[in-house]
Design a protein. Structure first.
Ligand code: ADE
Length: 290
């Protein structure tokens, strides 16, 4: 082969290789990207609509939208419903965007009787409610072995402390629309609590009570602990935020249809505020300068 043809082939290969790599959004002195996930379109569309410098791409058939939210680089995606879809999308996201942190926004069934549609749970802990051992004396939760280090995962996956503090600060500042009830208007409550995850939509008061009793759950959903587990195993800070769309009881399906838009909006509003409060520099960059 003539040397100049070889040079052309090498150049084309390098260009092709580089263009197939997803950009890690990082400008000079800026922070690496923050990933924001939701299970379905309604859960993230309100955040996606606020993005500037928006750029959309398909990876393995999944849609990822990069841009800036309150000036911070973010990548937004919806995972699809359930734990397997959530784990798949989180892994793709980590591989292609190397986010500094992963935040999940969405709706949930409330199993804490004090919670009503529109209220928000900031998950200090998430747990798979359907992972464990079913024996003669009933079900008990047990984490699986992390295949990356051979150590058993804890039942409760802890949210990142820094993100949790930021979320609490955001909760004090965020402005949420009042909720109209039969007895008048009220402001949505925001609590820190336990969110449990399983591959089932819970529409059973008995199951809801059992989740509260067994795991001290405040809310139940279908993706949070899967995202948290992937982040835990890959040592990436994470946070799950859920707003209540129903009470996981007999009327959960109808209630969820009725309140999901309002709940998704409340969760997205808190996530937007958290993003606004993120420091412009990543903690790692800041430490390097000292
Ligand atoms: N997401 C919203 N409501 C839910 C419920 N009741 N069970 C599981 N996931 C949910």
């Amino acid at each position: 082969m003539r040397p100049n043809i070889l040079v052309v082939i090498i150049c084309i290969s390098v260009i092709t290789l580089c263009s197939s790599c997803s950009p890690v959004l990082r400008g000079p002195g800026s922070r690496p990207t923050t990933a924001i996930l939701g299970a379905f379109n309604k859960e993230i569309i309100m955040l996606e609509e606020q993005l500037t410098d928006k750029h959309q791409q398909q990876i393995e058939g999944m849609r990822f939208v990069t841009g800036r939210l309150h000036g911070k680089p973010v990548v937004v995606a919806w995972t699809g419903i359930g734990k397997v879809n959530a784990a798949m999308t989180t892994t793709l996201l980590i591989e292609h965007f190397r986010p500094a942190e992963v935040i999940f926004s969405g709706i949930a069934g409330g199993v804490n009787p004090k919670l009503a549609p529109g209220d928000i749970v900031i998950a200090a802990e998430t747990a798979h409610h359907d992972m464990g051992i079913l024996g003669e004396d009933g079900f008990y939760n047990r984490g699986v072995i992390n295949p990356l280090d051979g150590i058993r995962n804890p039942v409760y996956l802890l949210a990142d402390e820094r993100l949790l503090k930021l979320a609490e600060k955001a909760a004090e500042q965020v402005e949420l629309e009042k909720i109209t009830t039969t007895v008048g208007e009220r402001s949505p409550r925001i609590i820190k609590g336990v969110v449990v995850t399983g591959d089932v939509f819970v529409a059973s008061p008995e199951k809801g009570a059992e989740l509260r009793e067994r795991l001290n759950a405040d809310a139940v959903e279908m993706e949070g602990a899967a995202v948290a587990q992937i982040c835990y195993q890959r040592q990436i800070p994470h946070l799950v935020v859920r707003s209540i769309s129903d009470k996981a009881d007999e009327t959960a399906r109808e209630d969820s249809m009725m309140f999901q838009e309002m709940a998704a909006k409340n969760s997205a509003a808190l996530i937007a505020k958290i993003t606004e409060l993120l420091p412009s520099e990543s903690p790692v960059e800041k430490a390097k300068k000292k």
